[in-house]
Ligand binder design. Structure first.
Ligand code: FE2
Ligand code: FE2
Length: 340
């Protein structure tokens, strides 16, 4: 930092050292990013403006309310961490002097994820008549078990933040968001299924909007990969393979079921969650069945494999859904960078 005044000693100031937080340029090379940004502007929505006046929470039993609120809580364990994750990525875009449409795309993802987080909060607060699923007093036996599940999800979800913050300056955007792409592919489908199978109007609207947002996030990842993967250094390719496996393990908790060797959860966690899903489905809340989730998750992975094959990046083995590939062992919470 120059503390002494120097302007009187030279015609032009010294060159600003990099990385510096902001570029003073508006380069645009990736046309696809500009298209996605335009779509994000057109499709922006406000969770508060959904048809909340049509939502009669009292038409649901307390068990149903707690079961549906649990699903939103599960989603929040991912979507409530997404705004800071993307805010951090947005800062990186500026420090790296990323092209202008890329900066705007990451800004739009940050805003979208904020909307998803708001939506989780609005749903939970109405369903439970309390703004916090962890301090809420459960009304039913199932609600009590679900709250314990929620505590464990939150504990697990909180473990990757420090690792993420360390990873951001170390890796390129394309590497950082490789596993995230898988989440976006699967999320776009799962929200579409939930939209189709949900009866309650306000949730249906939310799922349609969230699904559309996730589709754009997927397009952003794809455009970034197309731009950067052809020139990806060999050492980064190995990291991408590992990240895909890590992303599978992490995101399975919301898009499929949490793999117990990776998530630190009570033994009856999945059983309790399945019980809640059954109750929620019975109340017209369209959580896909185990088989439908598995199919969706597998297809997302095969799609991603198709992308990575194009760039000669080895795909990890995902035996859980029957995909063979490179064996990746010892993934833990410190290794992961994924979100959705
Ligand atoms: Fe999201
Ligand atoms: Fe997303």
């Amino acid at each position: 930092m120059h503390k002494e005044k120097i302007a009187h000693t030279m015609a032009l100031p010294p060159v600003t050292e990099q990385p510096n937080v902001f570029p003073l340029s508006w380069n645009a090379h990736t046309a696809k990013m500009e298209e996605v940004w335009d779509a994000a502007q057109r499709e922006n929505w406000d969770p508060k403006q959904l048809a909340w006046d049509t939502f009669d929470v009292e038409s649901y039993s307390w068990e149903e309310r707690e079961a549906i609120a649990y699903w939103w809580t599960l989603l929040s364990c991912f979507d409530a961490s997404a705004p800071p994750v993307f805010a951090e990525a947005l800062i990186k875009c500026y420090e790296d002097h990323e092209e202008d449409p890329v900066r705007r795309c990451f800004f739009s993802v940050t805003r979208d994820e904020q909307n998803h987080e708001q939506m989780c909060g609005l749903a939970i607060t109405r369903l439970l008549e309390h703004p916090d699923p962890l301090t809420y007093t459960p009304k039913t036996a199932l609600g009590k078990k679900l709250q314990r599940n929620a505590h464990w999800l939150y504990f697990n979800g909180g473990r990757y933040w420090t690792g993420y913050k360390k990873a951001v300056p170390k890796y390129s955007l394309a590497v950082l968001f490789s596993s995230f792409l898988m989440g976006e592919i699967a999320a776009a489908t799962i929200f579409k299924q939930m939209h189709d199978n949900t009866r309650e109007l306000v949730f249906k609207e939310a799922f349609r909007n969230i699904g559309r947002d996730e589709g754009r996030h997927m397009a952003i990842c794809m455009a970034l990969m197309e731009r950067d993967y052809p020139k990806l250094p060999a050492e980064d390719r190995a990291i991408v393979t590992k990240q895909i496996r890590a992303g599978y393990l992490f995101l399975s908790a919301v898009l499929f079921e949490p793999p117990m060797e990776f998530w630190d959860l009570p033994a009856d966690f999945i059983e309790v969650q399945r019980e809640a899903e059954e109750v929620a489905r019975g109340a017209g809340f369209g959580i896909p069945t185990y088989e439908a989730k598995k199919e969706n998750w597998k297809n997302a992975m095969l799609n991603l494999k198709g992308v990575l094959d194009r760039y000669d990046i080895p795909f990890p083995a995902i035996p859980e859904v029957g995909i063979s590939g490179q064996e990746i062992s010892q993934v833990d919470m410190d290794d992961i960078i994924p979100v959705f």
